[in-house]
Design a binder for this molecule. Structure first.
Ligand SMILES: C[S@@+](CC[C@H](N)C(=O)[O-])C[C@H]1O[C@@H](n2cnc3c(N)ncnc32)[C@H](O)[C@@H]1O
Length: 192
């Protein structure tokens, strides 16, 4: 049986920020109606992600899908494949504690799928991706302070990163704010 989800942290949070989390059954039903998981590499952004109910479910579904792919799930490719999927998932929330919980939950999903020992570089890369993609921000009044890192994977084990401003993206302006050199996933954390 799925774990029950806490939907309300406090009355004041509901009043001040409309913070009511979606329960697991609704998350699954809503995702079944969308194409959020039909392509495991499509980028997905949840602009008020709370503590990650949707993002956690999407990551699980995408990793389930990945596990069926013998080449991508081969032990030699697995770490990179998991990071590739993680790098497509984005969330913003105004509450710092929600984003911290969200990171913890996604990390824990990854560990459920990769129970064996992972490389130290993998762990650093995972945290780097979680830090760039799960953002504390105000999606109504603070859009000018929100930047997204686009990860692309031009070749096996390699990541390219470009940073874009949310306000440019919304205005249809294709402007790269910052570009990082192509690096192996093992250097993602220090290749800035
Ligand atoms: C109704 S809850 C939904 C959370 C999550 N999407 C879910 O379904 O479980 C709304 C969330 O929006 C966040 N929020 C409220 N105002 C926001 C803003 N201006 N920018 C970003 N997040 C905001 C709250 O902190 C809360 O986590």
């Amino acid at each position: 049986m799925p774990k029950a989800t806490i939907q309300i942290k406090s009355k004041s949070r509901v009043r001040n920020r409309g913070e009511v989390f979606t329960n697991t059954r609704e998350v699954d039903n809503i995702l079944a109606l969308t194409q959020a998981t039909s392509n495991r590499y499509w980028r997905f952004l949840e602009p008020a992600c709370g503590n990650g109910n949707f993002l956690e479910a999407i990551l699980k579904q995408r990793l389930d899908h990945l596990k069926q792919d013998r080449l991508e799930w081969h032990p030699k490719n697995r770490e990179f494949s998991v990071l590739k999927i993680l790098s497509t998932i984005y969330g913003v929330d105004i509450a710092e504690d929600n984003i911290a919980e969200c990171k913890k939950r996604l990390r824990s999903v990854v560990f459920d799928y990769l129970p064996k020992k992972t490389s130290k570089e993998f762990l650093l890369a995972m945290d780097e991706i979680l830090d760039t993609n799960l953002i504390v921000g105000d999606m109504l009044n603070g859009k000018d302070k929100i930047f997204f890192t686009e990860y692309s994977t031009p070749a096996k084990n390699l990541f390219k990163r470009k940073v874009f401003a949310l306000t440019d993206m919304e205005a249809g302006i294709d402007k790269v704010i910052k570009e990082y050199p192509l690096v192996s996933y093992k250097e993602l954390n220090n290749g800035k």
